[in-house]
Design a protein around this ligand. Structure first.
Ligand code: ADP
Ligand code: MG
Length: 734
């Protein structure tokens, strides 16, 4: 699991041929050279299998590996041995506390620190202690986490249980070093209160069903099939001093006012552009922190919008990828503070330029090394691949609504369907080569040929000619096949990737299960597989779309095909509790109906609370900052008008300007009053679903009414008097 990763390609110093990065510059022009070795620091803060092997007895180590791979429980004796070894390692490395680190339904992580301190003996000596019981189980008071009605406050007991498949790590922060033990979080009655439990359940379901598929093809060696995930994380950076002057950024994570800067992203000069010095220093620090945690931060670059960047790690087992993505987001924010900046993970911090997403690259691999999504050079002959593909087409078409739901969060409503990023309509991009194979299969029942990539002729003698991929890329598809994996591009940048992957695993497990049920009984297996592939592909061909997902025609075409187009997070919420969804999730013991209902309710709650914060931030900024500034400006204009007139000159331009300002000001004041009123009305509503829809259909609309005149005023009012940093400053002064 913890294979060695070589980063020498990123940090190769010319001439040395060593994995050494040399970093310099300590302020002014004093050069400081600090050398670090990526191989040495990698996983320094991670309690890896190697460390366990060194510190555990042989039998305890074997037991840990067995439970990791096959499931089951550690005996208390072994748990005690593991706990002691883990504690010793942590304390030797400077840790003072431990925590059960979990992922409640807030979408972020939670921790409560306990020191290793124990009662001193009679001589006053204290020996640190950490027991197997403390390692395996925790009992945080669960009443203050979202539960969607699952747990009344008088039944507050919640449990955290060690996820042995995700290694413990040391987190370094202002608190010092904390030993973090990744855990699942459940209620007293066993319902999942977190994002990890269902994910682990879905991984088991997928493994079990995928094994049935590979067995059909004679693979008797594989004992497990694992979903692998590589999430590409986009983010914005902003200067701290400017951020602190924006109530909206501080409280809502996005700008609620702001006229476009003279320059946006139209020059296409930021994407892959040279990384600015300050940002580069941030990235260097971020990588170092992540490598220490065993996160394989690999790729970094500037993204499309000004001040937008991306970090992609190397893919890992789904649950570790989920944990690591949480650490990536957390570390991004922490390191930004250290560099006098703030990291914005919101999906749409600025109107008018690209938002941020998180491409969730997903594939499934057997433990004897077969990637079920690898078509090979001749996909038309790779029957196992074609069966897997047919099942995925069926899964995605049948549960397009659930997949869309799994990628929704409040911020992502600004992306999905808002004519950027992927549209809110789920479709699959297969690319030319595969689509051709699928078409042949549907039309003739046989795929006899395969389109080849051919040669790319560079036309320059000194450049090599390339073997082209058989398929070009498509950037507008929400679910694109990219060689040996699918890339689910709808996921929001601020969101946990647990739900999308839980859903993907679940829907594909169901399709595998249904196929296996039929094929295992077949008398002529070859024929049955052939028929099933043709049947599934024909029935679900409508989900395949290789064209431009941003085009208006696609929306109409998708409607003709009967594909769902769910516009917002709260409209997607009830897809969780349809009979179809309940049947799916209950069949594979991923969610009970009650758990699904609670999750639907949490969606409404989260939505209402988030929009409420945004509305209050707008009311605050409009009332205390923007309107007073505009009043001051109009007074100075009025004074000018009088002075110019008194001097006997023509004041018509100044008067016209004053009238324009007064008009927008009146519109702002009216919208402000209206927003105050609807916000009060919304807050007082009892039914969470009704409330969420009221926020969407009424409060958000009034927020737009308030923003429009304010943004116009920003373009007119004297810059010296405008009370908040502008888009130009926020995005270009970094
Ligand atoms: P692309 O350029 O097509 O987006 P990259 O190779 O840059 O592909 O990979 C993007 C992300 O996908 C990375 O996080 C990478 O580790 C991950 N990835 C690559 N192969 C797989 C795979 N088989 N399964 C899951 N994720 C993968
Ligand atoms: Mg990609």
């Amino acid at each position: 699991m913890f294979q060695k990763v070589y980063f020498w390609n990123i940090f190769l110093c010319a001439g040395t041929q060593k994995a050494v990065g040399v970093h310099m510059w300590n302020g002014g022009d004093e050069k400081m050279s600090e050398v670090f070795n990526v191989e040495e620091i990698f996983a320094k803060n991670l309690f890896t299998l190697t460390k366990m092997r060194q510190r555990l007895t042989k039998s305890a180590y074997k037991e840990v590996v067995r439970v990791m791979n096959e499931g089951g429980e550690l005996s208390m004796d072994v748990a005690n041995v593991v706990a002691k070894a883990m504690k010793d390692w942590a304390v030797e490395n400077g840790a003072t506390h431990y925590t059960h680190w979990f992922q409640p339904l807030t979408g972020i992580t939670a921790e409560k620190h306990d020191a290793f301190v124990t009662h001193p003996d009679e001589t006053g000596n204290m020996l640190t202690e950490f027991s197997g019981k403390e390692l395996i189980k925790g009992e945080p008071d669960a009443s203050s986490f979202p539960s969607g009605g699952l747990r009344a406050t008088f039944e507050a007991r919640g449990y955290t249980a060690w996820d042995i498949t995700s290694p413990a790590f040391l987190k370094e922060s202002g608190c010092g070093k904390i030993l973090c033990i990744p855990t699942a979080f459940c209620s007293y009655t066993g319902e999942a209160l977190d994002k990890k439990t269902p994910l682990l359940r879905s991984m088991e379901a997928l493994s079990e069903q995928a094994l049935r598929i590979v067995r059909l093809f004679g693979n008797t060696e594989a004992t497990k099939v694992t979903a692998s995930v590589g999430p590409e994380q986009e983010y914005f950076l902003v200067d701290k001093d400017l951020y602190m002057q924006r109530t909206d950024l501080m409280f809502a994570g996005r700008t609620l006012f702001g006229a476009p800067a003279p320059k946006g992203q139209e020059m296409e000069d930021h994407y892959f552009g040279v990384i600015r010095e300050r940002v580069g220093e941030y990235m260097k620090d971020l990588n170092e922190e992540l490598w220490k945690l065993g996160v394989t931060a690999k790729t970094q670059h500037n993204e499309v919008a000004p001040a937008q960047h991306e970090l992609a790690p190397i893919y890992e087992t789904a649950n570790i990828a989920v944990d690591h993505n949480q650490l990536v987001m957390e570390t991004m924010k922490r390191v930004a503070i250290r560099h006098g900046m703030r990291c914005l993970l919101h999906e749409k911090p600025y109107a008018g330029v690209n938002g941020s997403g998180k491409h969730d690259n997903w594939s499934i691999t057997t433990d004897n090394g077969v990637n079920l999504l690898d078509p090979g050079d001749t996909p038309n002959e790779n029957v196992q691949f074609l069966l897997v593909l047919a099942c995925i087409m069926k899964a995605v078409d049948t549960h397009a609504d659930l997949l869309r739901q799994s990628a929704s969060d409040v911020g992502n409503d600004h992306r999905l369907g808002a004519n950027e990023a992927p549209p809110a309509i789920i479709s699959i991009f297969l690319g030319e080569q595969l689509e051709d194979v699928v078409n042949q299969l549907i039309e003739t029942g046989e795929a006899t040929s395969v389109k080849e990539g051919g040669k790319l002729l560079t036309g320059v003698k000194t450049l090599p000619d390339f073997q082209k991929d058989a398929t070009d890329r498509n950037r507008t598809s929400p679910f694109a096949f990219t060689g040996n994996k699918f890339e689910f591009r709808m996921v929001g940048s601020a969101d946990s990737i647990a739900s999308p992957n839980t859903t993907l695993n679940a829907i594909v497990a169901e399709a595998f299960c249904e196929a296996a049920d039929r094929l295992e009984k077949a008398e002529n297996l070859e024929l049955a597989i052939h028929d099933l592939i043709k049947e599934y592909m024909t029935a679900h061909r409508r989900i395949v779309f290789n064209g431009n997902g941003y085009a208006e025609e696609w929306v109409e075409e998708a409607e003709r095909r009967g594909l769902p187009n769910i516009k917002s997070m709260i409209e997607a919420a009830n897809t969780l509790t349809t009979d179809k969804a309940v049947k799916l999730f209950e069949k594979f013991h991923i969610f009970t109906k009650v758990e699904l209902e609670s999750r639907e309710e949490i969606i409404y709650e989260t939505y209402a609370k988030t929009i409420n914060i945004e509305a209050l931030a707008m009311i605050d900024m409009a009332g205390k900052q923007i309107i007073p500034a505009v009043i001051k400006y109009s007074k100075s204009l009025a004074d000018t008008v009088n002075a110019v007139k008194a001097a006997g000159a023509d004041a018509s331009t100044q008067t016209e300007l004053l009238q324009e300002v007064s008009g927008h000001l009146a519109a702002m004041q009216a919208a402000l009053k209206k927003l105050e009123k609807v916000e009060k009305e919304a807050s007082a509503m009892e039914d969470v679903k009704e409330q969420a829809f009221f926020y969407k259909d009424c409060v958000k609309v009034v927020m737009e009414e308030l923003r429009a005149p304010a943004d116009k005023l920003e373009m007119i009012v004297d810059k010296e008097m405008w009370p908040i940093p502008t888009y130009g400053e926020l995005m270009f002064e970094i």
